[in-house]
Design a protein around this ligand. Sequence first.
Ligand code: DHB
Ligand code: FE
Length: 281
Amino acid sequence: MARVIWGLATSHVPSIGAAMDSGKTGDPYWKPLFDGYAPARAWMAEHKPDVAVVVYNDHANAVDLDMVPAFAIGTAEEYKPADEGWGPRPVPVVQGAPEFSEHLVRELTDEWFDITTCHRLDVDHGLTVPLSVYCPDPGEEWPCPVVPVLVNVIQYPQPSAARCYALGQALGRAIRSFPEDLKVAVFGTGGMSHQLAGARAGLINPEFDRMFLEAIETDPERLAALTREDYIREAGTEGIELIMWLVMRGALSGNIRRIAETYHVPASNTAAALALFEELS
Ligand code: DHB
Ligand code: FE
């Protein structure tokens, strides 16, 4: 049977990908952030999954605002990096895992999560930057196939944090019921506090971020109890991306170990973080 072996929470700031693509990771601005990634990257390189389930949001690149599903899963053979205005990122096409995707859609639908299926999908920085955080030098291809799980965090009303946590729990059960012997990593992406526009543009809330980084391991129920308005007030309009970390956390058990963590301000307009958890049960 398939099993979850680790969960990674990571920011997806586009300029983190651009820094890697343009060889700027050693620049004084970026070096502290990338140094912070090193222990997690080394551990993940030693614990390679067969497939990655990446919980992310599209930023009106592949899913335009005419039709915004609350939750969706990609079921394609492959996903091309999206052109976000300056050409697609120079990273490999993402290989899919269609059979596993179809299994997850079916299981989640049977658990009353009515999932939208994406048979064709380009993937924007929300997915490709976390893959680069995991694997900085993929060469010709990424180290494993990917199941994209999309969450609407950009158009009101976003699904509640509690609903995201429950989706993660159902996702964990769905993964574990897949009959093949697959090692699965689950990525929760986005965050931490940031707001890109409006009167509070530039908002960073380190107290909230630190509380969240701790509680995502020890007290996810506390985070699931916060409303979308709480997230936007405390973490900013784009900080609500943090609800996607709860999907990842829900897919893990109560028996986990924190392998690595880093928190850095600023990366572009955000507080950027990474937290890596090993599944022990
Ligand atoms: C930035 C952060 C995001 O989460 C995003 O989707 C786009 C831009 C930024 O800080 O630049
Ligand atoms: Fe974003």
